[in-house]
Design a protein. Structure first.
Length: 610
RNA sequence: GCCCCCGUAGCUCAAUGGAAAGAGCAACUGCCUUCUAAGCAGGAGGUUGUGGGUUCGAAUCCCGCCGGGGGCGCCA
């Protein structure tokens, strides 16, 4: 916003330092803390330390830094007099810092005009010539979608939105685990005990498969004090299950068809959940589809001398990663990329998948949103890709996240101890509707339901984003669905309030009007709101660079918080002076737009009323 | 044995080298005939696990220790 002014000031500081033989350190700018008045600042501690190290000075560092700040202040003041630093109202030297205060009116109209002119694109980064793939939503099929999967999907979707908005071409990829012993277990149990049955409803049907899984697991599990009869039955079930997996592997028509049918039920459920979360996946990779190609890769890796084939000695195919990289200390260790029986592993498939990502989708960067416990596994995969010769391997990034557990312990699909996302979302909507019908009986019921959906999901989504991704979450439904304080609805409410002011003013459509004049004494609340709005673009950049949705989540709250305070302190519609009233309306419009943009990045909808 | 993450207010979490460590929840005090109280304002709450080190400056970086969680060649 003040890049030109900043550049000019930097130039002056450099000139000053050169002519006084001062070894200037890199100039780092930051906003001045504490408001009332705002601007940006830089300190001279580092420069003073440099000077001391060079053997000059002899004064304490803080004192010398302050001296420099004062001298620079003097120079800049002279420059300001001849009009060359327009927009800066005041310069201060405090505690070694040089503080440059903005001219309120200039800054305010620059910020507000920019937001209104770019509207939905406010904060969007310049186009980068890089294609990024974000892989997330990798649930095991036929298991139903629990809140752990929800954390993954929400993080992935928000990361994709951030990266995209920051200017990268972005591809969203999902990688469902559509095959494996767990999946076959359900197919087997369905075939044996429930063949032909099919519950009504996408989610009911999907969740029913999970129940079958829990039952089947119990049947297949060795119990204490089994009778010999029970043992025999369990073992025969086990044989049937293994047999079915073998049949799947060789492409047996009956098993494949049945598997496809159940898989489709589960996929419908998944697609509906992704629809609820507004996650539009561009590319679907299926585990079953990379199985065969990955075997070819193993041969290639052996031929290149990267992998070691120990099968002749009765072993597996392994990669001694540390050794191949020439590392002396244990880091990536050694891992198996093909079982001794020739079947593939997760790692094998991940190599095949990466190859497809690089060669078929030409991605320059690849982000994996995966449970933090798979960190070593992914580091191994990336290291092998590097050995294999893919330059993009350097730009593979694992966004790990802590796992989601329940107050009673870890979730377990096999034991049926899971909290399903759909159930929580339904409960969320129910709770919002209860509040809604009490407070807003005037809103038609159909509309209320839609709003309840937006708010309920907003609460849930925000609760997943407001904790840094490396932290574990103990899922507490009351906490996740709280509507007070630091929550999704709090932010949505700020949006609604802004909207409400604009609606009542009848000035809703004036968004393209620019050149707002803020030539009056702004209140502290207006200034803080403008400052907060102006931080949005850099927040987008930071969140995208650091792969941290939390940064945006925290910002959205701060922005909403500032707006709520403004809302109470400044009555826009009752402002008598028409010019001031208009300026404030423009400001409200800008705030509304910025909240909307932030919410969109957080995958939270912005209701017009609530 | 090796590696990774975490330890900040009673609780849940922010702040990743800069000015006096911030929010929410819980508890307390005020504010709805005034643009929606899912809100605002205010007071209270801290030796940032611990001991060293680096630095002008450390919650942040380095080393040790204590406590918690996770991972480590044929699971995903």
């Amino acid at each position: 916003m003040f890049e030109k002014e900043q550049e000019l000031i930097e130039k002056k500081i450099k000139e000053f330092c050169i002519s006084n033989d001062i070894p200037l350190a890199e100039l780092k700018w930051q906003p001045i803390p504490f408001s009332g008045e705002w601007g940006f600042a830089t300190s001279f501690f580092q420069t003073a330390a440099n000077e001391a190290r060079a053997g000059k000075g002899g004064k304490p560092i803080p004192q010398r830094a302050q001296e420099m700040a004062e001298q620079v202040k003097g120079i800049l003041r002279l420059a300001a007099q001849d009009g060359s630093v327009d927009g800066i109202s005041r310069i201060d030297a405090v505690k070694g810092y040089l503080n440059l205060y903005f001219s309120t009116a200039v800054y305010a109209s620059r910020v507000v005009d920019e937001v209104l002119a770019s509207s939905l694109d406010f904060g969007r980064g310049a186009k980068k010539n890089e294609r990024v793939m974000v892989e997330y939503a990798q649930p095991n099929m036929l298991h139903s979608f629990h809140i752990g999967h929800a954390r993954n999907t929400i993080l992935g979707e928000v990361l994709a939105r951030l990266v995209e908005f920051a200017g990268f071409e972005t591809i969203r990829a999902s990688y469902p685990g559509d095959i494996g012993l767990g999946v076959i277990t359900i197919v087997w149990a369905y075939d044996k005990f429930y063949k032909g049955l099919e519950p009504e409803g996408i989610h009911e049907r999907g969740q029913w498969l999970l129940k079958i899984y829990v039952e089947a697991t119990a049947m297949l599990e060795k119990k204490e004090n089994e009778t010999s009869e029970e043992t025999a039955q369990r073992e025969s079930y086990e044989t049937e299950r293994r047999d079915m997996y073998r049949k799947w592997d060789v492409g047996d028509t009956y098993v494949r068809e049945l598997w496809k049918t159940l898989l489709e039920w589960s996929m419908e459920e998944l697609r509906d959940i992704l629809r609820m979360l507004d996650a539009k996946i561009d590319v679907w990779f299926y585990e079953s589809e990379v199985d065969e190609p990955s075997k070819i890769i193993v041969d290639e890796l052996i031929a290149k001398g990267i992998a070691t084939d120990e099968r002749p000695q009765g072993g597996a195919v392994i990669v001694k990663i540390d050794e191949k990289l020439g590392l002396t200390k244990e880091k990536f260790r050694t891992n198996v990329i093909l079982r001794s029986d020739g079947t593939t592993l997760y790692l094998t498939k991940d190599l095949a998948l990466a190859k497809v990502k690089f060669e078929q989708y030409h991605v320059d960067r690849s982000i994996y949103v995966v449970d933090v416990r798979q960190s070593l596994h992914l580091q191994q995969a990336f290291a092998i890709l590097k050995l294999w010769g893919f330059p993009q391997a350097e730009k593979c990034h694992h966004l790990g996240y802590g796992f989601v557990s329940l107050p009673e312990g870890a979730m377990s699909a096999r034991r049926g101890r899971v909290v399903l996302f759909k159930n929580v979302a339904d409960e969320a909507v129910k709770r919002v509707l209860a509040v809604e019908s009490e407070k807003r009986g005037d809103i038609p019921e159909g509309e209320r339901e839609q709003i309840a959906n937006q708010i309920g999901l907003g609460a849930l989504v925000y609760s997943m984003l407001s904790v840094d991704n490396n932290k574990d979450i103990v899922f507490d439904i009351n906490e996740a669905l709280s509507f007070d304080g630091r929550t999704g609805p709090y932010i949505q409410n700020a949006f609604v309030r802004a909207n409400s002011i604009l609606k009542k003013s009848g000035n809703l459509a004036a968004g393209t009007q620019v050149n707002t004049s803020f030539n009056y004494e702004l209140t502290r609340h207006e200034i803080e709101l403008i400052e907060q709005i102006s931080r949005f673009p850099q927040t987008v950049e930071q969140a995208a660079n650091e792969y941290r949705p939390l940064v945006m989540a925290a910002y959205a709250y701060d922005l909403a918080n500032t707006f709520h305070s403004f809302y109470h302190a400044v009555n826009v519609l009752q402002t008598e002076d028409e010019k001031i009233r208009n300026a404030r309306l423009q400001l409200v419009m800008a705030a509304k737009q910025t909240i909307e943009n932030a919410l969109r990045l957080l995958d939270i909808q912005a209701p017009e009323v609530m």
